[in-house]
Each structure stands twice: as C-alpha cells, then as structure tokens.
Design a protein around this ligand. Structure first.
Ligand code: PLP
Length: 393
C-alpha cells in the first residue's frame, strides 16, 4: 500500500503519518495474525484490552502523566468533550462541597465560546471571565495579559475554569497556562487540547482535566481522550443524582459519566477499537521519533519558517493574530489585495499544497501544521508563499 506523500494543510481531519496508516490498513484486515481485523473483535477481548492498555501506557510515557491523573477514552469528538465536561465537572464541585459554583470560561475564540454556550444550554452555572474580543477591536486574535483579568478570579469560587489551549479556527494559542490559575490550588483548570495535544511539552499536574478530540494531532475522528485528576473522579462519584436534581444541575448520560467509563476501563460501551489502535500507532510513531521534545522542536521550526515568510512579505500578507499568541498549529492569514484568494488556492493546488482555505467564519487562509506535517511540506509552502507574493505584489 503506497501513496505519494501529501502536503495537506487541512484543519481536521488532518493528515496522518503514512507509515501509521499503512500499519493500520494491515491491522484492519488481520490483526496480530488472529485472522480477524482489529475492528471486528469484541471490545472486551484480550486483544482489545491490550490496545487500550498500550494506548494509555504510551500516552502516559509521552506526556509524563503523573499518578494523580487517570487517562480514558470515549466515543465522540471535541464537542462531546466540552459538553460532557460541563455536567461532570459541575457534579464534581457538588461532590466536593455540597454546593454549586459557576464555571469560569476564558473565551479566546469560537471553540471556547461554544464550550461556554454549551454549559449554559445544559443549565450548568457558568460565566465568562473574559472574552478576548473585548480587548482587540471586537475580534478574536489576542489573549489579554492576566494583569487585566486576574482580579476576576482572585478569591472567587469556580466549579472549574475552562480554556481552549489552541483555537483552531482563529489561530490563537495560549503560550502557557496563566499563573493566576496555576498558583491557586482551589482552581481546577479544564483545557481543550484538541488541536495542540502532543505538539509541545506541558505539565499535566497543572490541569484538573484535559480533553482532546483525535482527528488533528493524534488520529482519526470518532474518539476523544481525557486526562483527569483522580480526586475529581471521586468527587463526581460522590454527587448523587438526587442532589444534582435538587440543585437544578443536569445528570450526565451514563456513556459520558466519567467515573463509570473509568471503572470499566474505557469500555463501558463499545469503544471504537480500530480508532484507538490508530491513536496508539501515532503515539508509538512519536515515541520512536524522540517523543514530545523532538516533535516540539520540529513544530517550532515549522512555525518559525512559515510566520517568517508571511512577516517578510507583510505588505502582501496580513496575520490577524498578535505575535505573543500566534498558534504553532494553525497559521491564519489573509491577502491584503482583494480578488486574489481563488488564484492563491488554485496555484497552491497546482503545487500539490492542499487544505489551505480559511474557516468559513473567518475567510482567508489557514495552514494547519500539525505534528504529521513534515518540515519539507512546510518548506514547500514557504517557497510558494514567497513566490506568490513576488508575482502578485
Ligand atoms: N475543540 C477544538 C479546539 C476544535 O478544533 C474542534 C474541532 O475542530 C472541536 C473542539 C470540536 O471537535 P468535534 O468536531 O470533534 O466535535
């Protein structure tokens, strides 16, 4: 099974390493020579259990996940992740304190905004701590310095504080977690890492929970991974349904009730085991490559080259994101001259550079340079970006 190496900059589902897909294709037909494909066996079988164990083990090694945290997998995507977060984490706060408190949302783009709206829709008490639009001419593209909003957190009770570490649509990435959150042990930080997981080193102990849909950096659509503090799992279990009902909080559907899923080793219901196996193959691929530090160094170089080219031709290209929070995964840019967008995409296609169209809500272009995008692909795009500017200025 062969293919020409793609140079696909789509935001997701994203390009995966060819070697991973080749192995996955073989395993879909005949896994470990058992005469059946990995998608055809029971999710409770020995082979499936080993896939779950291996995926957990390899992720734990890659992210240096401490013993205080549990890893589990669930059907769904990023949206399932932030929906289920709201009801589970609100319940955890009840289990811990017997009271309710609002969740606090740091809104820096459309995914954190949607996550906040979903919490409200589910009748989970929630408030916006800040919306970055209020600091940047009514647009997403910045993250206000914490000195501008930390006092809204200080001394306040939150069931959890939520942020999206990399806003895929707007190309805005938190450079690091804000100190006013990490220095306060009463705050459980919940973060959506759907589009930057395993792209850089993070300190998992600083998070109450991490969620990540698979289809960008770690695999195929259909599965979400969660890393959660064990104490939060215990607190969710302590909150009875009667108590939640009395407090007007939603009851989490059983398939998304985190303690139930963990108790059943991520197989309370049928886990898409092929999809998890692909995820594990991505983890193994990354381990062989030198782990997160090696990938991070490559990602930094890719981002440096691409932003460098766009900045070099800043009379021609516009980057609507402040330098301090430019995403290293989703590089968003527009052309200053009107009427050239279609030409840019057409000529990029002729160079076999695909997936560059910007999100429909933002327009322009977006080059997603996830882990699987090679330095060579980015170099090809950089050459094209320069050539297009010179030919059309
Ligand atoms: N969160 C982030 C950061 C995303 O980029 C996306 C999708 O692009 C989602 C959540 C939603 O993911 P899904 O479409 O899998 O529900």
């Amino acid at each position: 099974l062969e293919r020409e190496e793609p140079h696909h900059f789509g935001a997701g589902p994203a390009q995966l390493p060819t070697s991973v897909l080749q192995q996955a294709a073989k395993d879909l037909l005949n896994f470990n020579n058992i005469g059946l494909g990995i998608g055809e066996i029971s999710h409770r079988s020995k082979d499936a259990k080993k896939v779950i164990e291996d995926a957990k083990k390899h992720l734990t090694e890659l992210m240096e996940i401490p013993d205080t945290h549990e890893v589990f997998f669930l059907q769904g995507g990023g949206t399932t992740g932030f929906s289920s977060t709201a009801s589970n984490l609100a319940a955890a706060y009840v289990g811990k304190t017997g009271e309710i408190a609002p969740a606090g949302y740091l809104v820096t783009g459309s995914w954190s905004q949607k996550s906040f709206e979903e919490a409200k829709r589910l009748h989970v008490p929630a408030e916006v701590i800040f919306n970055s639009k209020d600091y940047y001419n009514g647009k997403y593209g910045s993250i206000p310095d914490e000195s501008q909003w930390a006092d809204k957190v200080k001394g306040k009770k939150f069931s959890y504080v939520y942020l999206c570490e990399n806003e895929t649509v707007h190309g805005v990435e938190w450079p690091k977690l804000p100190e006013c959150l990490t220095s306060d042990p009463s705050i459980e930080v919940v973060a959506d890492l759907s589009s930057d997981i395993l792209s850089r080193k993070i300190d998992v102990s600083q998070y109450g929970m991490i969620l990540a849909g698979a289809q960008k950096n770690i695999g195929l659509a259909g599965l979400t991974l969660y890393i959660i503090k064990k104490t939060i799992l215990e607190e969710i279990s302590k909150a009875s349904e009667d108590e939640l009902h009395k407090l007007g909080l939603p009851i989490t559907p059983i398939a998304f009730h985190y303690p139930t899923v963990v108790k059943n080793d991520s197989a309370y219901n049928t886990i898409p085991i092929f999809t998890l196996h692909v995820m594990d193959l991505v983890f193994q691929h990354l381990l062989k490559k030198g782990g997160v530090p090696a990938q991070q160094a490559e990602n930094e170089e890719k981002a440096r080259l691409l932003y460098g080219a766009l900045d070099q031709y800043s009379d021609f290209y516009n980057i609507p994101v402040e330098k301090s929070c430019r995403s290293k995964m989703n590089v968003v840019f527009t052309l200053k001259k009107e009427g050239l967008d279609d030409k840019f995409l057409k000529e990029a296609g002729e160079h076999k550079l695909t997936g560059l169209k910007g999100h429909r809500s933002v327009g322009g272009f977006r080059a997603s340079i996830y882990n699987a995008l090679s330095l060579e692909s980015v170099q090809k795009l950089v050459e094209f970006v320069k050539e297009f500017a010179e030919n059309n200025a």
